[in-house]
Design a protein around this ligand. Structure first.
Ligand code: N01
Length: 480
């Protein structure tokens, strides 16, 4: 029996592994169904993929990197960074790659443990950490005629290495964070590009820049300089976040900035109108780009309003019934968030699965532990998402909480660690109360909200508050 089994070798699973290693816990295994580490940064290899959180803040506090090549790192540099973390932390002996979790069931036997089935083995672990990543399962709309399309259709998160778009007519469906990166990255290569926009996004300038050798040396030789940059980026994010969760009226400033950006980049008033969102800025994720609007205005690019309605053998039919011929369709249509945590049978103390427990909505305590599921930890679980800062800060806070909980198990005569139902209910009532009045509840349709309009995705405060709360869970919150 292993002490801890972690599922997922992306940012959160590796963060957990680093935490376990640093805490001196050696008996742990990290599974990943893919044959490499990196999670989302391994999956997302579409042209132009990059992070919209500044590089120096998008890294583990324990494994900082002085030589990021740009202010916003490209995706493959982040993947290489994570591979490097594996080497630096000596995690390789703990990794079992190419092995898929099939099911996990709690057993009261032998002091309580998880019985885990993978596609290769049966395992037992005292504690189980699900680090499955919320943005992982591609969401592809089921459009009529999809099976008739004769060309190639790819999702941004499943970009095939052999896809050559040179001289092709390409249709990009969606205008979210993935689309606004892929469009400028492929525009020079393709013969024609049609972008299907259902809802225009709010866009701000990205201010990306290369980081030269002198600045990299400064961060390497003067760790204080790197710490200062991180702190500055963190503080800037927290201050901006205040507008998102404290007072949407402050978003008027961001609205003006976005409108100025649009005016500076798009001269045609009719196109500007089509690109101006009708919802409050911040309600959907604010996107950062300096090359999306220019790409849309290239002569061989066409923006289509209203989204894609159906496909046929030769291309896409839009919401107005017009046909757009395409050789390749790029689905930039996002991810299925909740099913990623509930599609694998995880059965807790009373024989109830996580899917049954969450039938009325996903809910955890600090996004990490769920009543009825002893010794189970979710990383980036419900209401841990951010609209303003680095998810790595949330991951590290959760890892500290898991390590504290594992410490409880070490006590003589300890019982399995389980959060009390009352603590979980009070926590979630607080989160839902605090989400009211935030910009995310101002009426737009976003992947942050459930079908019933409840936000089970985002944390309604600054990262500092999540760090504080995860670091100070009262003894009384746990079952005795
Ligand atoms: O997905 P999305 P994403 N016809 O869900 C549209 C992270 N991320 O992959 O807005 C036409 O945001 C849909 O339209 P609408 C980040 O957290 C980060 O872009 O629903 N369009 C929308 O425009 C992000 O939030 C980075 O009306 C259709 C788009 O598809 C999350 O991942 C980069 C449609 C989906 O946008 C997801 O981003 C990439 C249809 N039938 C991703 N169906 C960075 O760090 C859906 N859409 C930069």
């Amino acid at each position: 029996m292993h002490e801890v089994l972690v599922v997922g070798a992306g940012f959160s699973g590796l963060g957990m592994a680093i935490g376990l290693q640093r805490a001196g816990r050696r008996d742990f295994v990290v599974l990943d169904k893919r044959d490499g580490v990196g999670g989302t940064w391994r999956d997302n290899r579409y042209p132009g993929v990059a992070c919209d959180v500044p590089s120096h803040l998008y890294s583990f506090s324990t494994h900082q990197k002085a030589d990021w090549s740009r202010a916003y790192a490209p995706g493959d540099e982040i993947r290489r960074y994570l591979e490097d973390c594996v080497d630096r932390a000596g995690l390789a002996p703990h990794l079992r790659l190419g092995e898929r979790l099939r099911s996990a069931r709690w057993s009261d036997e032998a002091g309580g443990h998880w019985q885990i089935e993978t596609d290769r083995a049966s395992e037992q672990a005292r504690s189980l950490v699900l680090a499955l990543g919320p943005l992982h399962l591609p969401q592809i709309p089921e459009l009529p005629g999809a099976d008739r399309f004769a060309g190639r259709a790819v999702h941004t998160a499943r970009w095939p290495d052999d896809l050559d778009l040179t001289g092709k007519r390409v249709a990009v469906i969606g205008t979210g964070a993935s689309a606004i990166q892929v469009v400028p990255a492929i525009v020079d290569r393709v013969a024609a590009l049609t972008v299907f926009q259902r809802t225009p996004p709010w866009l701000l300038s990205r201010h990306d820049r290369p980081i030269g050798p002198t600045e990299q040396r400064l961060y390497r030789d003067l760790p204080g300089a790197l710490a200062l940059r991180r702190a500055g980026l963190w503080l800037r994010g927290e201050l901006r976040g205040t507008a998102l969760f404290e007072d949407p009226r402050l978003m008027a400033i961001a609205t003006r900035m976005a409108q100025r950006h649009l005016r500076a980049q798009v001269a045609d008033p009719a196109l500007r109108r089509r690109l101006t969102p009708d919802y409050t800025i911040g309600c959907k994720r604010i996107l950062l780009s300096d090359d999306y609007y220019p790409a849309l205005q290239r002569p061989h690019v066409r923006l289509v309003d209203g989204g894609a309605a159906r496909l046929d053998e030769h291309g896409v039919v839009d919401a107005h019934g017009d046909h757009h011929a395409a050789d390749v369709i790029v689905w930039a249509t996002g991810f299925q968030t909740l099913p990623n945590l509930t599609r694998i049978p995880v059965v807790g103390r009373d024989g109830r699965s996580l899917a049954e427990t969450w039938a009325a909505g996903a809910e955890a305590f600090l996004g990490t532990v769920v009543h009825g599921f002893p010794n189970l930890y979710l990383l980036l679980g419900p209401n841990t998402g951010l609209g303003h800062s680095s998810m790595v800060l949330m991951i590290e806070a959760q890892v500290r909480l898991v390590l504290d909980a594992l410490g409880r198990l070490d006590r003589p005569g300890a019982r399995p660690v389980e959060i009390r139902a009352e603590a979980q209910a009070a926590f979630n009532a607080g989160v839902q109360r605090d989400l009211q009045g935030t910009v995310w509840q101002t009426g737009c349709h976003s992947w942050y909200l459930d079908e019933d309009g409840t936000n089970r995705t985002l944390w309604p405060h600054g990262t500092w508050r999540f760090m504080r709360e995860t670091g100070a869970v009262a003894d009384g919150a746990w079952e005795e």
